[in-house]
Design a protein around this ligand. Structure first.
Ligand code: NAG
Ligand code: NAG
Ligand code: NAG
Ligand code: NAG
Ligand code: NAG
Ligand code: CU
Length: 467
C-alpha cells in the first residue's frame, strides 16, 4: 500500500507504521486506519489531485491527534500571581488601559508594544499563556464559556505586557478593514512594520524567529483558498440580535452552520491566518493571537452595549445560556459557575461583569471615515462598500511599510531554547469554519511534510494510544 514511489508518502508510511504497529521504526508495511480510508473515499468525489488528497487525509489523521503541551510548575506559579492579586476582582495594579487598532498606534507606541512582547517571549511568559490556552481546547471552546474565558485570558496577557511597560495596552486588529482589499493577504499587517510576514515561517518583523507550541519557529499560511476574515456585514448580523444565546455556542453539533455565532466566525479568522494559528493547541504562542482576540472581544463588547440599550434591555451580567445548552455534547467547563481555568478564583459568569470594561480596560472605537484615526496606514474609501455610503476605512498594503529599524533588541537569530515544551501525539480538535467557507480540509504538500517530519522526530510512548 505504501509502494507509491512518492518520497512524501513513504515518510507518511514510516510514521503510520510506527504508530499503528507499536513496533520499532522503520517498518515498510502498514494498514491505513479506517478514518484515513474514509477520507480518501470522500476525496474521490472531489476535483482534486488524488495523491495530494491522500496525503492530506493522513495529515488530518495526525493533526487530530496532536495534543497540547502540558502545563509546567512555573506556569502555575505565574497564575498563582493572578490569584493572589485577584486580578479582575481588584483594580489591576497597572491601571486602566484603552485598546486601539494596531494601525493607529504611533511608531513609538508600536515599538514599545513589540519590545514588551519580546521580553515576555524571552522570559517564557508567552509560552506559559500558550500552554494554558492549549489545554483549554474543549473546556473553553465550542461552548458558552468561550467569550468570558478569552476575555480574562487576554486581559491577563495585557497585564503582563504592562508589567514590562505600563504605557502599553493590547491593540486589536480590526480585520474588517482588510476585507476590502482585493487581496487581504497584502495588508500592511503582514509586514515587518506590524506582525511580520504571513507566508510560512515568521522570519520578518518584531516576532521573527520565535518558537511556537510545536517547538518549531512559528508558521503562518495566510489567506488560503476557502478561508475568510470577519467583515462588517457579519458584525451587523450579530448586532441584530439581543441575547447571549443568539451569538454563542450551545449543545448543537451543527453550530458551525450558524451565521450568527461569534465563536465560529472567530474560528474562520484562525484558519485564515493558518499555520500554527489553525490549531487551538498552538495558536496563542503567536502574539497575533492576542490582537485577533482583542477584536473578537471588542465585537462582543459592542453587542453587550446593544443588549444594555433600550433596543434589548437585557442585563448583560445575568444573560447566559440555558442549562443543558452550555456546550456541544455538554462537555464540562461551560456552566456559569464553572471555574475559569487558570484563574480559578473566578467563575465563567464573572467574565460577564460590566466592570471588566469600565475598571480594567476599554476600547477606542474602530477607525472611521473620513479621518481613519489619522493613521498613515489606513485610508478612507467612499466607494468600495455600496452598503456604507459614508465610506469605510481600509488598510494600506504592505508595500507602504517603511520599516523604521528596531535595533534595541536582537531578533536576527533564533533563541536556542525552544520554549513550547514537548508536543506529543494523542488527540485534539480543530476549528470549525463559518458556513460560507467551502474549503476542503486538504493541506498543502509542504505543510503536510512539515508535520510528518515533526512527528517522525517525536515518536514517543504516548503514540501507542493511537490505533
Ligand atoms: C467587578 O464587579 C464584581 C461584581 O460586582 C466585583 O465582585 C468585583 O470586585 C469588581 N471588580 C472590579 C475590578 O472592580
Ligand atoms: C514570503 O513573501 C516574501 C515577500 O513577497 C518573499 O520574499 C518570501 O520569499 C516569501 N516566503 C515564502 C516562504 O514564500
Ligand atoms: C479557489 O477556489 C475557487 C473555487 O473553488 C477556484 O475557482 C479558484 O481557482 C481557487 N483559487 C486558487 C488560487 O486555488
Ligand atoms: C435569541 O435567543 C432567545 C433567548 O434564548 C430566543 O428566545 C430567540 O428565539 C433567539 N432568537 C434568534 C433569532 O435566534
Ligand atoms: C541584524 O541584522 C541587521 C541587518 O542584516 C544588521 O544591520 C544588524 O547589525 C544585525 N544586528 C545584530 C545584533 O547582529
Ligand atoms: Cu481560544
Amino acid at each position: 500500500m505504501c509502494d507509491t514511489g512518492a518520497v512524501s508518502l513513504s515518510i507518511w508510511c514510516a510514521v503510520l507504521a510506527c504508530v499503528g504497529s507499536k513496533q520499532p521504526c522503520p517498518i515498510s508495511v502498514f494498514e491505513k486506519p479506517e478514518e484515513v480510508l474514509a477520507c480518501e473515499q470522500r476525496a474521490q468525489n472531489e476535483p482534486v489531485n488524488q495523491a495530494l488528497a491522500s496525503e492530506a487525509c493522513l495529515r488530518t489523521y495526525f493533526v487530530n491527534r496532536l495534543t497540547a503541551n502540558p502545563m509546567l510548575p512555573e506556569d502555575y506559579a505565574m497564575l498563582a500571581g493572578f490569584a493572589e492579586k485577584k486580578f479582575g476582582k481588584n483594580l489591576p495594579p497597572s491601571g486602566y488601559r484603552v485598546r486601539r487598532d494596531i494601525r493607529v498606534l504611533s511608531v513609538t507606541e508600536r515599538h514599545k508594544l513589540f519590545r514588551a512582547f519580546n521580553v515576555l517571549y524571552k522570559t517564557g511568559v508567552l509560552a506559559r499563556f500558550g500552554r494554558l490556552h492549549g489545554i483549554q481546547t474543549l473546556r473553553k471552546h465550542s461552548g458558552a464559556s468561550f467569550l468570558p474565558w478569552h476575555r480574562v485570558f487576554t486581559a491577563a496577557v495585557e497585564e503582563k505586557l504592562r508589567e514590562i511597560d505600563p504605557e502599553v495596552s493590547l491593540p486589536y486588529w480590526d480585520f474588517t478593514m482588510d476585507t476590502y482589499l482585493p487581496l487581504p493577504s497584502e495588508s500592511i499587517m503582514w509586514s515587518s512594520c506590524f506582525v511580520g510576514n504571513g507566508n510560512g515561517t515568521v522570519l520578518e518583523g518584531p516576532f521573527r524567529n520565535m518558537y511556537g507550541g510545536l517547538n518549531t519557529l512559528i508558521e503562518r499560511d495566510i489567506a488560503q483558498n476557502g478561508t475568510r476574515l470577519i467583515n462588517k456585514d457579519d458584525i451587523d448580523k450579530l448586532m441584530g440580535l439581543c441575547f447571549y444565546a443568539n451569538i454563542t455556542t450551545g449543545n448543537d453539533p451543527n453550530y458551525h452552520q450558524k451565521v450568527n455565532n461569534l465563536e465560529v466566525l472567530h474560528d474562520g479568522v484562525h484558519d485564515w491566518v493558518g499555520g500554527d494559528m489553525s490549531y487551538g493547541e498552538y495558536a496563542s504562542y503567536d502574539p497575533v493571537f492576542f490582537m485577533i482576540h482583542a477584536f473578537i472581544d471588542y465585537i462582543w463588547e459592542q453587542f453587550r452595549r446593544r443588549q444594555s440599550s433600550s433596543m434589548c434591555s437585557v442585563d448583560v451580567e445575568k444573560d447566559y445560556r440555558e442549562p443543558k445548552d452550555y456546550a456541544v455534547d455538554n462537555v464540562p467547563g461551560h456552566a456559569p459557575w464553572d471555574e475559569m481555568h487558570g484563574f480559578e478564583y473566578l467563575q465563567n459568569h464573572d467574565g460577564l461583569w460590566r466592570n471588566w470594561t469600565t475598571a480594567v480596560y476599554g476600547y477606542e472605537p474602530a477607525p472611521k471615515c473620513p479621518k481613519c484615526g489619522n493613521s498613515e496606514n489606513l485610508y478612507c474609501d467612499m466607494n468600495v462598500d455600496q452598503r456604507r455610503p459614508e465610506g469605510v476605512c481600509v488598510t494600506k498594503t504592505r508595500f507602504f511599510c517603511v520599516d523604521p529599524p528596531l535595533n534595541d533588541f536582537d531578533r536576527n537569530t533564533s533563541y536556542e531554547e525552544p520554549v513550547g515544551g514537548g508536543a506529543t501525539v494523542i488527540q485534539g480538535t480543530r476549528h470549525n469554519e463559518p458556513p460560507e467557507d467551502d474549503r476542503t480540509r486538504f493541506m498543502s504538500q509542504k505543510e503536510g511534510l512539515a508535520i510528518v517530519r515533526q512527528q517522525v522526530g517525536q515518536v514517543t510512548p504516548s503514540l501507542q494510544s493511537v490505533s
